[in-house]
Design a protein. Structure first.
Length: 237
């Protein structure tokens, strides 16, 4: 029997998927493909020659499941200090979904994306320290990933001594190497170089984010909380 999600409201969405709180496990989320954007649409969007590849290549859930299983089997458990854990695939009435850890603040609220945090609070010293910790984690574990996008990082907050602060940054999507980085038995030196490029790109994306918001317009809907079925885009700064 499939899990009923069609009557639920997603709490967020990405470019290809909707995110729901698991109805039976409030500390887990389920990602399903957006119904208006099929795998065929996704493949068509990529253009030639990628449009010749099989549909399975474009299945984000299957890829995320494969990557998280690889992390569980072949990496130290500490890799999940800054990556959301996976709990496998699950049948839903909106199609096959992937179940993963839902990152929550001390209040029980769903943690906001780094992009939204930067929009609301700027690049605080506290946030800079948290980014440095995340970057070090990526290099220590040589985490295979695509570009580390700001809306794919969430900011988990804690309450300590009555003061709210950042506990950790957690990457929730965009995992798994592509291209040369995905080659098996790649020398460690080459892996360090390729992972280092992703880490450097994170700094560049933060700089680009602040350049892009000088107009006062939020850059995009991905990673935002949903309100009345649509992304809740914040007011201009």
């Amino acid at each position: 029997m499939s899990l009923a999600l069609s009557a639920e409201r997603p709490f967020s969405r990405g470019g290809n998927r909707l995110c729901f709180v698991h109805p039976e496990h409030p500390n887990r989320c389920i990602k399903v493909r957006r119904p208006e954007f099929t795998l065929e649409d996704y493949r068509r969007k990529k253009g030639f020659p990628k449009s010749l590849l099989p549909l399975s290549v474009f299945d984000d859930n299957a890829e995320e499941f494969r990557v998280l299983r690889d992390f569980q089997q072949n990496y130290s458990d500490s890799i999940f200090d800054h990556i959301s854990r996976g709990y496998g695939m699950i049948e839903t009435d909106l199609g096959l979904g992937i179940c993963s850890e839902l990152i929550l603040d001390h209040s029980g609220e769903i943690s906001m994306s780094l992009m939204l945090y930067l929009w609301n609070f700027g690049y605080t010293d506290e946030c800079k320290r948290a980014v440095e910790v995340l970057k070090k984690h990526w290099m220590d574990h040589l985490v295979p990933s695509r570009s580390i996008l700001l809306h794919n990082i969430v900011v988990e907050k804690r309450l300590e001594g009555g003061v709210e602060s950042i506990n950790r940054l957690v990457v929730i999507d965009g995992l798994g190497a592509t291209g040369i980085a995905a080659l098996p038995f790649l020398p460690r030196r080459a892996r360090r170089y390729l992972v280092g490029r992703k880490v450097k790109n994170l700094d560049e994306r933060i700089d680009e984010f602040f350049e892009s918001i000088k107009s006062g317009k939020y850059p995009g809907p991905n990673g935002l909380p949903m309100k009345d079925g649509v992304p809740d885009i914040p007011a201009p700064r």
